[in-house]
Ligand binder design. Structure first.
Ligand SMILES: [Zn+2]
Length: 394
């Protein structure tokens, strides 16, 4: 049995902490969420929703029922017990169906009516922000707040390095939030250390838990999609594959989660973002450094996409375009050689074909290094030349 105690609020000089003790077998610990005092009054201690969602996979992995000593929103209790727990047990290898023992809260919680989304200055979140701040967005759905959470994107397993990166990245994101005139809600947590789980498999659950901790602030929360709806699958390896479903299952009667940008491919999102001048100053997609390194797989993917959209030069402040041009042929070669196993590279390849975009012939040679090694460039087999001609023809 995993027992989660009643959440409590602790106010410090600069931050407000929402925390709950828990016990599971021989483990006794405290799970906490912490925000600045400005937003501390929105932390929800009246319900256990955030803690239940945060610890759900933890308990299911260990085959432990959850006894939570705080009321759970009626809708969340319903969706978990009648739908979602079984689905998770079916898709995650080695996970088990468990019971949830708790009181149900069918009342309405006071809520400030905020509309929020996580903002990292990457392609997905920039697209969400553009779509929910422009004139075409109905007033009730326009963003009122941006968020930045330390729930795994700065390091799957937390620790000091991840926390340092979290604080550095806040300072990278804040100037853009200021220009957008939207307050930035930051929230730290030790969920990473407690879970000890792979972030990619669990990111939707972690971020939803953090937003539920702030459920007195938000009535609507957009979670930027990583994949388009056409790539939907119940695949445990990345919760982005099925987050439209997760977000519905984890909404309650106070806060409604939406997947955002799910109707677009990554190439289409990049196109939307590239029309917004703020992105020329602030776009940050890098997975290895505070500023764009221009070489990691996300920097590469974004640069190649901007290149084929004809928008590359607009981004000379945030990427090293000279470095990109030196490696351009190889990056396009990776699109050619890895697209079959990478849905996002396939999207780029489809856009290259659709737009009749001309990529260097050397990319075809680079994409078959084993063939070049065997035959030499001069005796490059006909099928490589044929692929090149086919692509040019489309
Ligand atoms: Zn990078």
């Amino acid at each position: 049995m995993l027992t989660i105690h009643k959440p409590e609020i602790i106010e410090h000089e600069n931050e407000t902490v929402l925390q709950a003790k828990f016990e599971c077998g021989n483990t006794k610990d405290i799970l906490w969420f912490s925000t600045t005092n400005e937003f501390g009054s929105y932390l929800c201690h009246e319900r256990g929703d955030a803690f239940l969602v945060a610890m759900l996979l933890y308990a299911m992995k260990r085959r432990e029922d959850i006894h939570i000593l705080a009321p759970i929103s009626e809708r969340l209790y319903y969706t978990l017990t009648k739908h979602f727990v079984k689905v998770i047990a079916d898709i995650f290898p080695g996970y088990h169906r468990i019971q949830i023992i708790c009181e149900i809260d069918s009342g309405n919680l006071q809520n400030a009516g905020g509309v929020g989304t996580g903002f990292s200055c990457g392609i997905d979140s920039f697209c969400t922000v553009i779509e929910h701040t422009d004139e075409s967005c109905p007033p009730d759905y326009k963003l009122t707040h941006l968020t930045f959470f330390n729930v795994g994107s700065n390091g799957d397993y937390g620790g000091d390095h991840a926390r340092d990166l979290f604080h550095q990245r806040i300072e990278e994101v804040r100037p853009c939030a200021d220009e957008l005139q939207l307050p930035l809600v930051t929230l730290d947590s030790n969920i990473n250390e407690i879970l000890g789980m792979n972030f990619v498999q669990t990111h939707t659950y972690r971020n939803v838990a953090a937003a539920l901790a702030l459920q007195k602030l938000f009535k609507t929360y957009y979670y930027s999609s990583g994949y388009s709806l056409q790539q939907f699958e119940l695949n445990y390896s990345d919760s982005s594959h099925y987050d439209t479903y997760v977000l519905d299952m984890l909404s309650n009667n106070t806060i409604k989660f939406f997947s955002s940008g799910e109707i677009y491919s990554r190439v289409e999102k990049t196109d939307i973002v590239s029309k917004n001048p703020l992105s020329y100053k602030y776009l940050n997609v890098c997975v290895v450094a505070e500023k764009n390194c221009s070489r990691c797989y996300k920097c590469q993917r974004t640069l190649v996409t901007l290149d084929l959209l004809g928008k590359l030069d607009l981004y000379n402040k945030v990427f090293d375009l000279n470095d990109y041009r030196m490696h351009r042929s190889k990056y396009f070669a990776l699109v050619l050689s890895e697209r079959k196993n990478d849905a996002l590279k396939q999207e780029i390849y489809d856009a290259i074909k659709r737009d009749n975009f001309s990529i260097p012939f050397s990319s075809y040679l680079y994409s078959y290094p084993h063939v070049i090694f065997q035959f030499g460039i001069r005796h490059c087999p006909g099928f490589i030349k044929k692929q090149y001609r086919d692509l040019k023809r489309h």
